[in-house]
Design a protein around this ligand. Structure first.
Ligand code: 2BA
Ligand code: 2BA
Length: 108
């Protein structure tokens, strides 16, 4: 068995979770925050049998789009301790996926 940790944008998470559930996969959805943009994203935990990993990945891929956003995250220091926003183009996702081996899966 594998545990997939899938980090996606909030906008994509609803359709992704719906399709995974329809396909009979079990999913746990966590609200998370990206360290760089410091804005919300969604982390999904998906425990699946090894042979189903590729199918799950194809569902993730078809539901998650890459987006370019402009953020004013960075600031530059000006004389007199003032900071001005510095626009920054960032390309986010599709999805960031970690695949871990599961030693044991039990229900108590
Ligand atoms: P359980 O199987 O006891 O699962 C309880 C919760 O544990 C799930 O909540 C889910 O958040 C998490 N979970 C379980 N197995 C997982 C896995 N392999 N990977 C990731 N997370 C996992 P829910 O998804 O809200 O499900 C609540 C209950 O509804 C489940 O209890 C199960 O009895 C049933 N269920 C869930 N998905 C189903 C499906 N696709 N078809 C039929 N029944 C489903
Ligand atoms: P954030 O950390 O908010 O990052 C959002 C996007 O900003 C990233 O998209 C990337 O394009 C850019 N970015 C992140 N750190 C950067 C840096 N130090 N310099 C320049 N640009 C940077 P994605 O790579 O698609 O990542 C989307 C979200 O997935 C991330 O949100 C983070 O929450 C998570 N993530 C990505 N890689 C990860 C990793 N290796 N470990 C844990 N979480 C990760």
């Amino acid at each position: 068995m594998k545990l997939l940790i899938v980090i996606v944008q909030d906008q994509d998470s609803l359709s992704l979770v719906s399709e995974l559930t329809e396909m009979d996969y079990r999913v746990t959805k966590l609200a998370s925050t990206g360290g760089f943009l410091k804005s919300g994203n969604t982390t999904l935990l998906i425990g699946v049998e090894d042979e189903k990993v590729d199918h799950v990945l194809s569902i993730v891929e078809s539901n998650c789009k890459t987006r370019e956003i402009t953020t004013s995250l960075l600031t530059v220091s000006m004389p007199g301790d003032t900071y001005i926003p510095y626009p920054l183009e960032v390309k986010i996702g599709g999805a960031t996926v970690f695949i871990l081996d599961v030693e044991k899966h039990i229900k108590l």
